[in-house]
Write a protein that binds this ligand. Sequence first.
Ligand code: PRP
Ligand code: HPA
Ligand code: MG
Length: 179
Amino acid sequence: MDSAIERVLLSEEEIGKRVKELAEEIRNDFPNGDLILIGVLKGSVIFVADLMRAMNINVTMDFMAVSSYGTSSETSGVVRILKDLDFDIEGKDVIIAEDIIDTGTTLKYLYEYLKARNPRSLKICCLLDKPARRKVDIEGDYVGFRIPDAFVVGYGLDFAEKYRNLPYIGVLKEDVYKK
Ligand SMILES: O=P(O)(O)OC[C@H]1O[C@H](OP(=O)(O)OP(=O)(O)O)[C@H](O)[C@@H]1O
Ligand code: HPA
Ligand SMILES: [Mg+2]
């Protein structure tokens, strides 16, 4: 285990199993496929890659880049769009795939922003949900795990751009981010 990690919250096996279940839930809701899966850079990259391969239906992948955390462990509350979609989503079935809903600031902003482009349907799929920290009213339609209020890294999630490549999700030691 990496020395910056206090404890493993979700093992590689637990994550893999749950991602497959989420993919199946989505496939059951959209059996004809033709979905657009929108990943939110960079945290969702590993989740999106695993989720779409487990779905077994036609999906198109696109990414948006927004940033509110920068290199900190606290959200700035201001969401900036750094990269917009490559495709038009009007009349399409769209799922936003996120690694985590924490305060909800990022997803709330993104949801309203994409809704205004008139997709046929717009759903939220998030691997992790930290309800204790929520500041705005937003819920995932497909939620992997509800987790306690701790700063977590791994499986795409970073602290100051590090630890994204850990295969598990772990709680970061406090002295690493409170220094
Ligand atoms: O619910 P919130 O409080 O808004 O937090 C969740 C968002 O914050 C993180 O992104 P970050 O801005 O760190 O970018 P990254 O994905 O590149 O790490 C995370 O990946 C989510 O997108
Ligand atoms: O717990 C977290 N870990 C990493 N990035 C995050 N962005 C919001 N919450 C988190
Ligand atoms: Mg981050």
